[in-house]
Design a protein around this ligand. Sequence first.
Ligand SMILES: Cc1ncc(COP(=O)(O)O)c(C=O)c1O
Length: 396
Amino acid sequence: MRIREKSTLFTAADEVRAMGIYPYFRPIESDQDTLVTIEGKKVLMMGSNNYLGLANHPEVKEAAQEAIRRFGAGCAGSRFLNGTLRIHIELEEELADFINKESALLFSTGFQVNQGVISTLFGRDCAVIIDRTDHASIIDGSRLSFAKTIKFEHNDMTALERVLNGLNGLQGVIIVDGVFSMEGDIAPLPEIVALAEKFDCDVMVDDAHSIGVLGDGGRGTAAHYGVEDEVDLIMGTFSKSLASIGGFIAGDHVVLDFLKHHSRALIFSASPPPASVAAGQAALKIIRREPERREQLWKNTHRLWEGLESINVDRGGSQTPIVPILIGDDLNAFRVCRRLQDEGVFVNPVISPAVPTGRSLIRLSVMSTHTFEQIDMAVEKIDHVLREFDIARITE
Ligand SMILES: Cc1ncc(COP(=O)(O)O)c(C=O)c1O
């Protein structure tokens, strides 16, 4: 079947558009504060990964502008050849120091980090062992590698041990999200590293949602549990707390040097542009300088948890600023998003395959720049809209 014909068969998006509840690609017409303008109206942003509110910080914006003046708009080449600037190296050194690893290596996106690291390091003699709800980029990286990919049930250490028992001589690597991007729960790293030790496996953690959020100084999940030395590789992205775009992998120098010379996602793709690198660098500086931002993020997170509890809404297993609310049916999740937007609150819908069929949810995320009044307002509107759609409050 040719591509036009195949694409014409896809009608689901049009059907949802016709119902007036299409929730994707909603254009934001303002800067990215806690209030954003959509369809000409101010709405409360409760769906951004801009956890520390730094995407709109004057210092971050100024650093991006200054980097453009100094280095230009783009690099016109990959890190490998003409695309490495002084600021790439500086930020790599700063990140390695922050994450407490020997080295760090920048890629153009976090997605490319997972794709480019996993597919490069793990070959036919390996088993890539991943949590069933790991991020899509981890799954794609595993698919691109020649290793055997084995999934285990979400955060289930008995299931993980069962997998490790059946490796049959394959070299195992366990790869997990530190904070799971839909569920908002945290990987049990102490148990994972203990199992890795027992079965002589490597461990890689995706800290996309943990950097700036979890652990001493916002250093991520391994720091949160005090197991930094037991985790071999930590990946992060600039697209959340670091307020920009780009990604990095941190680990031993020798491993990163191997990646520098073999990872196709690094070698055959242009390097992150000066503005993005400088914005990430400025954001990292603020994270280190102003721990009160993280403290406020957690105060706000607790405020939201308590608010939801007060209206009898279960937040599932969420232990972080990512808070899912179970809706169930896909269309209902879209309807709730639309109604909440009409009521002045932006949230994201999550449907299968990101979550199992029938367990669609809306996903809220808290920012340190939210006020308590804004969070209380979001809770009040959620209560109102769930009532309107007669949606059951407690998740199983
Ligand atoms: C857990 C996780 N890993 C990786 C990524 C990819 O990061 P980026 O947005 O930098 O491509 C994301 C972002 O969606 C994520 O949530």
